[in-house]
Design a protein around this ligand. Structure first.
Ligand SMILES: NC(=O)c1ccc[n+]([C@@H]2O[C@H](COP(=O)([O-])OP(=O)(O)OC[C@H]3O[C@@H](n4cnc5c(N)ncnc54)[C@H](OP(=O)(O)O)[C@@H]3O)[C@@H](O)[C@H]2O)c1
Length: 226
């Protein structure tokens, strides 16, 4: 049985990953900041015994450690580092230091902490570390807005590329995926449904091999300029 851990699984793209993998019969560990308020996710867990809900604020080290304890050395095939915040996305004004720090802590540092905490589990499984990046992490596409958000995704790409080099002699496969412009609370004017974007990304994830290690690409599998 494929095992998957998804962060930020209570809504948007993360919820859709959890839903699709659970319907497919995978063992899904669904992390969210506030399980008591995760109605849709709890309803899914009630219907699918292969999905469990876990308190996971990705910026809190003890939450990450507690979830690693729940796994208790079990193998993990796929880690989906999805949780993220928009911060100053779509804002044409440099972010305050507080916003900048929040965005970096959530979008950049937390996925690295997750990968470090679960490395052993991943090495026992398929070892796929999937980071939900953004086309906005590409310098080539910068519009001058979202100074913190774009920097956080570019830094995520760099940090994860770095891990892909550091761990090149292991079985781990690390990729950074841009999900497209998806209709969620973060992007209400998006074009793609979460169902479509996540379906495409799952297809891509299922076909990943070690030759993809370190790639930054779109949900369609096309390389994106850094
Ligand atoms: N939608 C798009 O067009 C688009 C495009 C490119 C990239 N992305 C990326 O896709 C990912 C998902 O975004 P989305 O569009 O689905 O947005 P969303 O609907 O706002 O969902 C964001 C998710 O991240 C969670 N989250 C935020 N901070 C967290 C933390 N500290 N710990 C744990 N969970 C946290 C949120 O939980 P709460 O409900 O508790 O806040 C929520 O579940 C993000 O990384 C985003 O940058 C989205």
């Amino acid at each position: 049985m494929t095992s998957v851990l998804v962060t930020g699984a209570n809504k948007g793209i993360g919820f859709e990953f959890a839903r699709q993998y659970a319907l497919d019969g995978a063992r899904v560990y669904a992390g969210c900041r506030d399980p008591a308020r995760a109605e849709a996710l709890n309803a899914l867990a009630a219907a699918k015994e292969n999905l469990t809900v876990h308190k996971l604020d990705v910026t809190i080290e003890r939450d990450i450690a507690a979830l690693a304890d729940v796994l208790n050395g079990a193998s993990l095939d796929i880690l989906v580092n999805n949780a993220g915040i928009g911060g100053d996305l779509h804002i044409y004004e440099p972010a305050t230091s507080e916003t900048f720090e929040d965005v970096l802590r959530t979008n950049t540092i937390a996925p690295v902490r997750m990968a470090l905490a679960l490395r052993t589990n991943l090495e026992k499984g398929d070892g796929k570390i999937v980071n939900i990046s953004s086309g906005r992490g590409s310098h080539a596409r910068h519009r001058g807005d979202g100074i913190a958000y774009c920097a956080s995704k570019a830094a995520l790409n760099s940090a994860m590329y770095g891990l892909s080099v550091l761990w090149k002699d292991t079985k781990l496969i690390i990729v950074m995926l841009a999900p497209g412009v998806v209709i969620t609370d973060m992007n209400p004017t998006g074009r793609l449904t979460p169902e479509f974007s996540v379906g495409a990304m799952r297809d891509l994830i299922s076909r990943l091999t070690t030759s993809d290690n370190g790639r930054y690409m779109s949900y369609e599998g096309k390389d994106i300029l850094w």
